[in-house]
Design a protein around this ligand. Structure first.
Ligand code: 7RM
Length: 641
């Protein structure tokens, strides 16, 4: 059976085309072959896809439904057996040179101990565990320990506030929270345990908190609820058996912002997700067994899940975890690490590239980058200038640059060059992965598919194993968000251009989702935080182009009658946003206006607000449907340039 032969690496455009065509012609055969060759199954699946986008309203689709596995056996046991002493996690702490090497054998033992400790706290298969940590190896251990016993983890980014953490604990019904006393970043403490305490005040559902001791800072512990990580792990088994799971058992929930309401708990399942993370990681970056691979994202985002933890460990390569920032102690930190750790593949975000490029080439050239082979970027559109700098300066003009487009919901990379195979164009994510069928829809609401070059809304036509299955506890919301705009297609929320060569150029979100420094946030989340303050009658938040962050946040505020826009007010409003969302959420500009531009039916015309915030008041277009077109002139006049 040819489909059972291991896939040859893609090294040419012909190779890419062959595999893309094979996946298109027989997706089941393609993905069954990939999962059998890449993943350790207890019972190999014989079934591919069940269901499709037309039946998704009746329930989640499935991949590999008759397979049984525990994904930690792919990420840990098989490598602990074959290469026990090889470094699995290479940790670089906040201070340069504060380094740990954790081998596959050691990582497996740590995971087993925490898994056993979780079990002793009453956590069973299917239970939810929240992980609220910084970038320490223990964050990966916590994720894998949950997976070991079939518990469902939900990592909450350490920059989110107590309110945001509490919302997530409640939404998923978490019974245990794993945190650390403090996080370290850029020489400063991040009060993770204190925020956890605030979030959990009065939360009866959480029966235990496990606290990793990152520093010797004094840490108040709640009697009967809180346990030190080192205590519970010291008394735990180093050989906790892996719990057998169905391919479609949930592996994790990750909350992500959409255009409306609170963040959604996107659910990924074991078999399809691990297959897609492993396959894309290996294929896109051309991973070699002895590579030192570094993705400097945070495990609080999907990039950290798929390309710091699950993909690289499943592929058995050394994966770096980086606790600090690209600027600490100076703008040379990335390349300092590349030199010291002999990094071969390096993966970061456009916002970081732009920020360090602004500090000049000396911070780059003083370090040896000769080990680098592939440079990746993800999180937001990369402007051609930043792409070129990444390619020429850190990459010495000889490394492959892969601009990888994907989303929390897609589980892994979908549109990207394949390192060493795809000719690149600066600013283009180029071509789809095998198994991904991108389609552009006319943006005029006609629902028509566009052929050939053009610009439209990016959809994906056919299911793939790594895609999210549902929204936690709210399948109708999943269907409404992704499958209703364009029936029978997955709608990404992104705009996209396709050029004459069939290359894809992502233009950014076409909905009310903001992307600030690669952090995805909803305008609705900002607006509801602003509305909490009594002074505020109405609020509308939009994005505008920002040279480093990609997007800045522009808030229009209508005050209650009798209220005044004092000098203090923006600070108070910002404080409210921070309390409700977290330190990552910052309003860059406030404009106080007498009224929002609304249609006669009361709908806010965000297009107008967006154009003014973008500094393009002349591109506003038709305002004749507004209830009171004169507000536009007032808003234009008060523009915060
Ligand atoms: C991986 C991740 C998803 C949104 C997505 C896009 C934007 C991500 C790129 C990109 C242009 C890229 N997941 N995006 N990668 N835009 N080029 N290479 O970021 O769920 O947090 O965000 O990010 O708008 O819809 S995410």
């Amino acid at each position: 059976m040819t489909e059972n032969q291991p896939q040859a690496p893609i090294t040419s455009m012909d190779g890419w085309r062959d595999q893309w065509m094979a996946a298109r012609q027989n997706p089941d055969a393609f993905w069954l072959a990939r999962t059998r060759e890449l993943i350790q199954w207890r019972t190999e699946p014989t079934q591919g896809l069940h269901g499709d986008f037309s039946t998704i309203k009746d329930g989640p689709l499935t991949w590999f439904a008759d397979g049984k596995l525990n994904i930690t056996e792919s990420c840990l046991d098989r490598h602990a057996a074959a290469t026990p002493d090889k470094t699995a996690i290479l940790w670089e702490g906040d201070e340069p040179g504060d380094v740990q090497h954790i081998s596959f054998a050691q990582l497996l033992e740590k995971v087993c101990r925490l898994a056993d400790a979780l079990g002793k706290l009453g956590i069973q298969k299917g239970d939810r565990v929240i992980i609220y940590m910084g970038m320490v190896p223990e964050a990966a251990v916590a994720m894998l320990a949950c997976a070991r016993i079939g518990a469902i983890h939900s990592v909450v980014f350490g920059g989110f506030s107590a309110e945001a953490l509490r919302d997530r604990v409640r939404d998923c019904g978490a019974e245990v929270v794993i945190t650390q006393n403090v996080g370290r970043r850029g020489g400063r403490n991040i009060p993770l345990k204190a925020v956890t305490d605030e979030a959990l005040e009065g939360e009866r559902g959480v029966k235990g908190v496990i606290v990793f001791k990152r520093t010797d800072d004094e840490t108040p512990m709640v009697e009967g609820r809180d346990h030190w990580w080192h205590d519970v792990c010291a008394n735990a088994s180093p050989n906790t058996p892996a719990t057998e799971c169905d391919a479609e058992d949930a592996l994790f929930i990750l909350y992500t912002s959409g255009s409306t309401g609170k963040p959604k708990g996107v659910v990924h399942t074991c078999g399809g997700y691990i297959t897609y993370a492993t396959y894309t990681h290996k294929t896109v970056f051309g991973i070699q067994p002895d590579d030192v691979y570094a993705c400097v994202a945070d495990v609080g985002w999907i990039t950290g899940h798929s390309y710091i933890v699950y993909g690289p460990l499943s592929n058995g390569v050394t994966t770096l975890m980086f606790e600090s920032t690209p600027m600490y102690p100076d703008a040379g930190r990335y390349w300092d690490m590349v030199q010291r750790h002999k990094i071969n593949v390096f993966y970061t975000a456009p916002t970081a590239i732009r920020a360090i490029a602004a500090h000049g080439d000396d911070f780059v050239t003083k370090y040896d980058r000769s080990t680098l082979r592939v440079l990746g970027t993800v999180g937001e559109p990369i402007n051609p200038e930043a792409w070129q700098w990444y390619h020429d300066s850190p990459g010495e003009g000889r490394c492959a640059v892969v601009d990888t487009w994907w989303q929390t919901e897609t589980g892994g990379i979908c549109i990207t060059p394949i390192a060493g195979a795809t000719p690149t164009k600066p600013g283009s994510a180029t071509l789809p992965m095998p198994g991904i069928n991108p389609v552009l829809m006319q943006a005029d609401g006609s629902g028509k598919v566009m052929w050939g070059p053009g610009e439209g809304h990016l959809c994906i036509e056919y299911p793939w194993p790594g895609q999210a299955r549902t929204v936690w506890n709210d399948h109708p919301r999943f269907v409404a968000t992704y499958f209703q705009t364009y029936p029978n297609y997955y709608f990404t929320g992104d705009g996209c251009k396709r050029d004459d060569d069939g290359y894809h150029w992502i233009t950014g979100r076409v909905d009310d989702v903001l992307n600030v420094s690669g952090h995805r946030m909803g305008t609705a989340e900002f607006e509801s935080a602003l509305l909490i303050r009594d002074e505020v009658a109405e609020a509308a938040v939009v994005g505008y182009p920002h040279p480093i962050k990609g997007q800045g946040v522009y808030a229009y505020i209508v005050l209650q009658p009798g209220q005044e826009a004092t000098d203090e007010l923006p600070k108070l409003l910002q404080q409210e946003v921070r309390t409700n969302i977290g330190v990552v959420a910052k309003v860059d500009k406030f404009q106080f206006i007498p009224g929002l531009p609304k249609t006669r039916s009361g709908k806010v015309m965000r297009r107008i607000l967006r154009k003014i915030a973008e500094g393009q008041p002349d591109a506003i277009g038709d305002t004749s449907t507004l209830a009171d077109p004169s507000v536009v002139e007032t808003i234009k006049a008060g523009y915060q340039g």
